[in-house]
Design a protein around this ligand. Structure first.
Ligand SMILES: [Fe+2]
Length: 218
């Protein structure tokens, strides 16, 4: 685990995992150093990962008050139950769907769950966290948030993607990632600003690679 600070209020706990044939997936969890400290996601679910131990290098896990689970994918839930044990006052922020999905594998203690939906907000003492559904996500339970004090947005997997090397997956500045051709099919729907597509609905063109992926598929 590689940790670094972003601004005054956020520490990134960065990990990565090779996906053969695709590249290296960055996997980030975060500490929001608020009056009521928040851990955002809890890392990979692999036996050689020790999330709570790694978190201990950043803060005392016993002081964690909130665990904001952006969604219950296995690369976000690795240290969840260990952290619940280490942080007796912490509650897990998730949606009804997120709690349900998690509990199919191992029941979440419902008295430790705080349900929060996109559009709602939570006061954590020195700031409010505003929950929202990012424009792109890989789980229907996804909930990101905006911290109105540090003005940091936690967007869950909205910008998640495998990168060409482990060095890039552990990098601290996304501007180091070179532009690469878009995946086939990325512009097959209506033009999407989020995907960098321009052009008409019938002939979308990717702003990054200049190709119309629909025409290459037909
Ligand atoms: Fe995910």
């Amino acid at each position: 685990m590689h940790t670094y600070r972003v601004g005054t209020d956020v520490t990134v706990l960065n990990d990565h995992q090779e996906i053969p044939g695709l590249g290296y997936l960055p996997i980030n969890a975060f500490v929001l150093h608020a009056r009521e400290p928040v851990v955002v996601d809890t890392g990979l679910s692999l036996p050689d990962r020790h999330f709570v131990e790694d978190l201990g290098a950043v803060m005392d896990p016993a002081d964690v008050r909130w665990i904001w689970l952006t969604h219950p994918d296995r690369d976000h839930t690795g240290g969840l139950f260990d952290l619940l044990e280490a942080a007796p006052h912490a509650r897990v922020i998730t949606t009804f769907l997120g709690a349900g999905i998690l509990s199919t594998e191992r029941p979440l203690p419902l008295d430790r769950v705080y349900l929060l939906n996109p559009g709602q907000q939570l006061d954590i003492g020195d700031r409010s966290l505003h929950a929202f559904r990012p424009p792109l996500f890989d789980s229907p339970a996804t909930t990101g948030f905006y911290d109105d004090r540090s003005r940091v947005v936690f967007s869950s997997d909205c910008f998640g993607a495998p990168l060409p090397s482990a060095e890039l997956a552990t990098g601290t500045d996304v501007r180091a990632v070179p532009p690469t051709p878009c995946a086939p099919g990325s512009c097959c729907g209506p033009p999407s600003t989020a995907l960098g597509c321009t052009g008409s609905t019938t002939t979308p063109t990717c702003a990054t690679c200049g190709r119309c992926s629909r025409s290459t598929q037909t």
